[in-house]
Design a protein around this ligand. Sequence first.
Ligand code: BGP
Length: 489
Amino acid sequence: MGFPKNFLWGGATAANQCEGGWNEGGKGLADSDVKTAGSLTEPRYITYVDSDGRPGKAVSEYDIPANARKAVVEGFYYPYHEAIDFYHRYKEDIAMFAEMGFKVFRMSIAWTRIFPKGIEEEPNQAGLDFYRDVFLELKKYDIEPLVTIQHYDVPLYLEENLGGWKNRKLIDLFGRYTETIFKEYKGLVKYWLTFNEINSLIMGKDILPEYPFERIKDDFLLLHHQFVASARAVKRAHEIDPDFVMGCMIAGGPSTYPLTCDPKDVAATQNRLQENIYYTGDVMVRGEYPYFAKRIWKEYGVELDITEQDREDLKNGTVDMITYSYYCTSCCTTHEVTETAGGNLNMGPKNPYLSYSEWGWSLDADGLRYSLNEYYGRYQVPIMVVENGLGAIDVLEEDGSVHDGYRIDYTRAHVKAMAQALEDGVDLRGYTPWGCIDLVSASTGEMKKRYGFIYVDKDNEGNGTLARYRKDSFYWYKKVIASNGEELD
Ligand code: BGP
């Protein structure tokens, strides 16, 4: 059986984590532009200036004083400002992707390049031109773009002045943004994903210790607004070009297993899966909130104002495919946790059958086969794995080589798991490993947490030549693609 002939092998990135050029080409400030670098032990901060002009930093939005505005402040290091400078080096990078044999390249559009504040009537021409040039460059090599429309990146103006996605007005503004790019890139882009890891909006409660109960209500509200915005965009996309393939993108690895066979653990895991995965998947693929939504809303005191129009929009804007990110799995238990994953409680209880990366993420290729069967089994629409990979520290040798056998091992195991899922009958269409070229980590803001097949010479403090080097995994992945997943050694 093996991989289908037209299987989409490729890699994935996001605008804010790789482009740089944060204030070039008329780009507006994004919320991600005011985030500093952190590490495994030090959080990333949001910087601000208060009404007396005093600068400060906060771990979360909710800790910013009422009289302060988020801002870029002198003296702080912002890793996204330059990132890996894809903005100026995309030709070189795309040529290397082509050398590996990519059939698809997942990237995102920065909303702030197209509508710098998010509220303008007319788009920013320089921003439109930039992405057109990138798409044309990909076309040169027959690489299909797979475009995420919002990947952890919102115009700061909308956050500061309209309250971000809490405000229904963003649905219309997102509508203008999507209408513009659909029309602009018709014929150049076929595959679209509306929101990256959209379900992560409601996962804070399970990930962060002592998450304030009140905030959970907001999270569900934001998510509802994004559901409606996504559904409307999907409907409009199909009207603009019936060939567009529209997908949702879900963070796919949380809380997969019960820690014990205590039925209470099994039930708790089921609830967690319903909340974190199926609540979102059902709305986006089936077009309505599932039966268990009421239980969830009751539990968290959520009261959503779901209008008749919203319900209709959700029904009419179901996606054509489901895509998800898969890095690791975690466990759920009702028992006292004695051993935690990654050394801290927010990674959940440790799975005694798995090993863990330096950042505390479990290594679990079997879980990929399991999740593919789970999600495909429930939704029966084409599916893609659009993020997967091992964040690790790499060593650049004197001769420019990088011996990342650990990354090859990780990826090989996951490719095998996909082959098994295909044999199981899953309609798997593509695979875009995350950070196919090293880029800035989203959670920690580090460069040293590397995922790439291509090494980028830059460190956590922003030093380095930005030169690109082929890692051992580069040559390995090239062979995998050339043999359509047959040659894995
Ligand atoms: C996903 C995000 C990506 C990405 C990845 C790896 O959640 O969609 O943007 O960065 O995780 O995470 P990290 O960069 O924190 O290692």
